[in-house]
Design a protein around this ligand. Structure first.
Ligand code: BES
Ligand code: ZN
Ligand code: ZN
Length: 493
């Protein structure tokens, strides 16, 4: 669907040629594009200021039906994310105009970036990413599909560049279809992704790309004594499962385990959430969606690693059989946990998944990702994930991947002296803190108790997993935050 093209504009018919225009400098290296920009700038209504837009129809000398000019602002303000957002906007504008194929003039050539401070490889990748992600529409539940995704997205480049970067479109398509798969799972309502259905959907998608799949069902979870996870699942009529997805390269030296929180609906349990906090809790399986989608993506990209995705999947419901506040359960590790609050359920399913994966896969590195705490959203807002890590080098790499993908992360501390806030009078540990403050930190410290001194990081995505207002390359709903981050990180490990 996406291609790099070096074509003669006189002969190429497309619905739209899209040109990013810089306010103060020339960023293109194709003469024809520069002359088309001159034409637009000669009109007083378009200067190339950020988000300026003008459309010219049936221009002489080119076969494109229209040229859409989009302003990028000043050259010094252009970065990779500005380019991703531009391409997303270009796609969205074209979809709104009911177009089906577009050609985007890329401001990059072989070794040439005309002043943009990034390598051509990253410029082209960002444009493809923004365009592909912006082309996703979640309208499964609409009777009338008002908008249709584009069927052709092409980047216009000089011939040398189309050759040099010819691998990129397929790679970016794999990456973006992973992100989109996670978005679709997250946006699906909880009545259509009860644990059995969500498990089935993950397994079906994983088998298509030949991942090794193992699922522990409720009976096996009971046999193996996943006491903390089963306590969360008890209140629901739906049955829990633990899904393990394995990818292994022949040259792999290290094993990395990714654990994702898969609560298909978090009502809070007996500590029922109030109105206002319940409505978006279909997104509480975002961690599992992101890990499953990452596994499916790397099965296509084939990094030289062994990676295992471990997904505890449950529904947290109140009922006559639900776990009660004050209950004490024995976790998979053998440690007992007092459940002070049934709404702190994510950490209960994660610790059993973490202990099991350390025992079974003996990983060098373990990273979990979860919509874990409202406190993390209070601390960092809705766009930035909280990172906690027992290992500085791992934390640095995650932060770097966060910058490179614009899935932004900020490291928060794991202070030893806060651990005592999790003391229980009766059990080995309490699932809630004594203090009402620092909830994201105490949740992470709770997990850390079960990581066996491994190199471990925890990513709290309660904020960025979901957006309510559409953005440049993401619509209302699940964002898939974490898939691009993980895929980038796995390349850096
Ligand atoms: N799933 C929630 C966290 C959450 C909040 C995700 C907002 C997305 C948006 C989690 O299970 C939860 O309820 N956490 C509690 C913990 C508390 C009871 C210690 C919270 O954050 O309030
Ligand atoms: Zn909860
Ligand atoms: Zn939750």
């Amino acid at each position: 669907m996406m291609q790099l093209k070096s074509v003669d504009l006189k002969k190429t018919s497309v619905d739209a040629l899209i040109i990013p225009v810089c306010e103060d400098k020339e960023i293109h290296n194709l003469r024809k594009i520069s002359s088309l920009i001159k034409k637009a700038k000669s009109l007083n209504e378009f200067e190339g200021k950020k988000d300026d837009l003008v459309i010219l129809y049936n221009l002489p000398g080119i076969k494109a039906e229209r040229v859409i000019y989009l302003g990028l602002g000043k050259l010094e303000d252009i970065n990779i994310e500005v380019l991703r957002a531009f391409a997303g906007k270009a796609t969205k504008e074209s979809i709104k105009k009911k177009l089906s194929n577009i050609l985007i003039a890329a401001p990059a050539g072989q070794n040439i970036t005309r002043g943009i401070k990034a390598e051509p490889h990253f410029i082209i990748k960002a444009l493809l990413e923004g365009a592909c992600l912006g082309n996703h529409i979640f309208d499964k539940y609409k009777e009338e599909k008002k908008l249709k995704p584009l069927t052709g997205i092409n980047l216009l480049l000089k011939h040398d560049a189309t050759d040099q970067f010819k691998e990129l479109p397929a790679q970016v398509e794999a990456l973006c279809s992973g992100t989109i798969l996670a978005r679709e799972w997250i946006s699906t309502p909880s009545n259509d992704k009860r644990p059995e259905q969500f498990t089935e959907s993950i397994v079906a998608n994983a088998e298509k790309v030949d991942l090794k799949v193992e699922v522990l069902d409720e009976t096996q979870l009971k046999q193996k004594k996943f006491g903390a996870m089963l306590a969360v699942a008890k209140g629901s009529e739906s049955k829990p499962s633990l899904i393990c997805l394995e990818y292994s390269h022949n040259d792999a030296q290290e094993t990395i385990v990714l654990v994702g929180k898969g609560v298909t609906f978090d009502s809070g349990g007996i500590n029922l959430k109030p109105q206002g906090a319940l409505e978006d809790m279909k997104t509480d399986m975002s961690g599992a969606a992101v890990v499953a989608a990452t596994m499916i993506t790397i099965a296509k990209l084939k990094p030289k690693l062994k990676v295992v995705g471990v997904l505890p999947v449950v529904e947290n419901m109140p009922s006559g059989n639900a776990a009660r506040p004050g209950d004490i359960v024995k976790s998979y590790s053998g440690k007992t946990v007092e459940i002070g609050n049934t709404d702190a359920e994510g950490r209960l399913i994660l610790i059993d998944a973490i202990s099991y994966s350390i025992e079974k896969y003996k990983p060098e590195i373990i990273i979990d990702i979860a919509t874990l705490t409202g406190a993390c959203v209070v601390a960092l807002g809705e766009k930035i994930a909280g990172i906690f890590a027992s290992d500085d080098e791992l934390a640095e790499k995650i932060l770097q991947s966060g910058q490179d993908t614009n899935e932004r992360c900020w490291r928060l501390p794991l202070p030893d002296d806060y651990q005592k806030l999790l003391k229980s009078g009766f059990a080995d540990i309490h699932n809630i803190s004594d203090s009402r403050w620092g909830g994201a930190i105490t949740a992470a410290l709770f997990l850390k108790e079960f990581t066996d001194n491994k190199r471990w990081a925890h990513i709290d995505i309660a904020g960025p997993a979901y957006i309510k207002k559409e953005e440049a390359y993401c619509g209302h709903g699940g964002t898939g935050f974490g898939v691009r981050l993980f895929c980038d990180l796995l390349e850096k490990l």
